[in-house]
Ligand binder design. Structure first.
Ligand code: PRP
Length: 186
């Protein structure tokens, strides 16, 4: 029995992810200069794998900081409740800030983060999301860099979880329905 057996199909392969992340790194590097002293804010926990790969493709000086936000419980649908579990270590006033997210679904988490960070008076505030589900959007949030637009399926891997598991899969996969809904689910 392997963790991979819980995955019904691979939506985005490891190779496709790596190629796109490298492209995003180049696009980000073209927007900022070393003099911007860019600060990349990784939204935990989901973005940690993406951040680790992306930062190595960003060829301008940058620091990294972390925020942990929780919007979902153990289920698969956003509760709409957003909480800061871990805040940034330092002030972002006057800094060029790039928020890195794994996925934008309803948009509520990112909307909250943008509004919250804006009050701290950064010099600029942009967003890079690996995945976006446009069909699920409830709040319009501007995305400056997007890896992939995906359909409304329950995806795991490359940082994304189900009940805290599967984050370590090297690809984005769609979980088998019986894994998250149980064997008797309709
Ligand atoms: C996920 C994801 C985003 C958010 C997107 O986080 O990382 O932050 O949900 O959903 P939304 O657009 O509907 O707000 P989650 O709360 O699952 O936490 P995690 O990153 O720790 O897995």
């Amino acid at each position: 029995m392997s963790l991979h057996d819980d995955v019904g199909r691979v939506l985005i392969s490891e190779q496709a992810l790596q190629a796109r992340v490298a492209e995003l790194g180049r696009a980000i590097s073209a927007v900022y200069t070393d003099a911007d002293h860019l600060l990349i804010v990784c939204v935990l926990k989901g973005a940690f794998v993406f951040l680790a790969d992306l930062t190595r493709h960003v060829d301008v000086w940058h620091a990294v900081d972390f925020m942990e936000i929780s919007s979902y419980g153990a289920g698969t649908v956003s509760s709409g409740v957003v909480r800061i579990l871990l805040d940034l270590g330092r002030s972002i006033e006057g800094r060029h800030v790039l928020v890195v997210e794994d996925i934008v679904d309803s948009g509520r988490t990112l909307d909250y983060i943008r509004r919250n960070l804006s009050t701290r008076r950064p010099a600029s505030l942009r967003v890079c999301a690996l995945l976006s589900k446009p069909s699920r959007r409830e709040v319009e949030v501007p995305l400056d860099f997007v890896g992939f637009e995906i359909p409304d399926e329950f995806v795991v891997g490359y940082g994304l979880d189900f009940a805290e598991g599967y984050r370590n899969l090297p690809y984005i996969g769609v979980l088998k329905r019986e894994v998250y809904a149980g064997p008797d689910a309709p």
